[in-house]
Design a protein around this ligand. Sequence first.
Ligand SMILES: [Mn+2]
Length: 336
Amino acid sequence: MFSSQELQKIRQLINNAESEILILTHYNPDGDAIGSALGMKHFLKKLGKDASVIVPNEYPKFLKWLPMSKEIAIAEHREKFTEIAFRKSALIFCLDFNTAFRINNLEQKLIQSPAVKILIDHHQQPDEFDFVYSDTTQPATCQMVYKFIDALGETDKIDETIATCLYTGILTDTGSFRFRNTTSETHRIIADLIDKGAQPDEIASNVLDSNTPGRIKLLSTVLNSMEYIEEKKTVILSLTREKLKEYSYQKGDTDGFVNYGLSVIGVKFVGFFMEDLKQDYIKISFRSKDDFDVNQFARQHFNGGGHINAAGGRSELSLRETVEKFKQIVNETIIN
Ligand SMILES: [Mn+2]
């Protein structure tokens, strides 16, 4: 958490903000990104401050029911608005990303902005910002936003809207409270969010029961692709561009597919390899159980990174070559 001195300064910065406060989150925003950004926006509103949420690109449909998600500006489609927002803002909250590189098209704007930048994030090795609350033991940035509000002594301001946003990000980033970073603290915070109006059944149904027929077809294709390397407790999943087209892929359709690999008995490591719809590269998701560090694995071999049990990467080789490379590396890797 920020020191009490820092909190005081942040408090002042918020109080003194005369122009709109800017809230940014990462490229390909997920539930935690959108939940923390909207939660923060609604919280700042409660403090009497207007804030704009700007995301680099489109976010998945299953998050569009969130309160006021319509007010999120997608920088790709709102260049002018983005330009003006950056010019006007003297205070920027950077949520759920650790480095300007993660906001792609907004990277230069953020770096060049003279605004005061406040980072709240749980990814490893953050860049320097004016104020940094970075904690990789936290399961979700939404949980950190809750703790930030709490540290300001403002939990009374958390209403149903804020609670719903923060609950959503914790739900998605903990894999529905399953990942090892889910702690008693998480559940205490979740309990408070429920007390403040978050509705677990409604949120879960909006977020989790959101399959289109195309997505289920894509899932069946991915499950069919499964290769199982028993001696390495490793599952390989893959998906071609052809299939993405055939089942009219929509952004977010393949989110969570990688976790099916982890549901196989005894499996410790999953690699999900997917051709990008437009560009010539392979998008990779890694998941693991226990101590096998996929952040390190992704950094070392596949140009990526993330968390110990969940990371991403990319490859410029073909899908077949990428999977071959993966198999070779796995062969030489100790996985217990
Ligand atoms: Mn997150």
